[in-house]
Write a protein that binds this ligand. Structure first.
Ligand code: ZN
Ligand code: ZN
Length: 113
């Protein structure tokens, strides 16, 4: 397994299943307001010390603040997340195609594709 290479999630649209908001956002941890990071191994964490807010992408809760959520946090589905990645052009440019390819493989495994 390769080491986690982290990228800060900014200008990233909400990947929640059924959420229709297309607005790119900078994501923050709901518990402590730290920035949120994603690795190519499909792991999400916030920037707090001690890594207590960390987990598989498929189990992470998202809320972009749109009406759809009604204040709740929703998980992303495979399609919602891959679409959000495809829209995050700057993120893909920054991390490169190999990183993105590994991310897609990791996500596919989490969702058993
Ligand atoms: Zn946190
Ligand atoms: Zn949303």
């Amino acid at each position: 397994m390769s080491k986690n290479v982290w990228v800060k999630l900014k200008e990233f649209k909400c990947p929640s299943k059924h959420c229709t908001s297309k607005k790119p956002l900078k994501w923050r941890c709901a518990k402590d307001d730290h920035s949120v990071y994603l690795s190519q191994r499909g792991i999400i964490k916030c920037g707090s010390k001690g890594d207590q807010h960390r987990g598989d992408l498929s189990r992470w809760g998202w809320n972009c603040g749109s009406e759809y959520h009604k204040g709740k946090f929703n998980r992303a589905d495979f399609e919602g997340f891959t679409f959000a990645v495809s829209q995050a052009v700057q993120l893909m440019d920054k991390m490169g195609s190999q990183w993105v390819q590994e991310l897609m493989g990791s996500i596919g495994k989490q969702y058993e594709r």
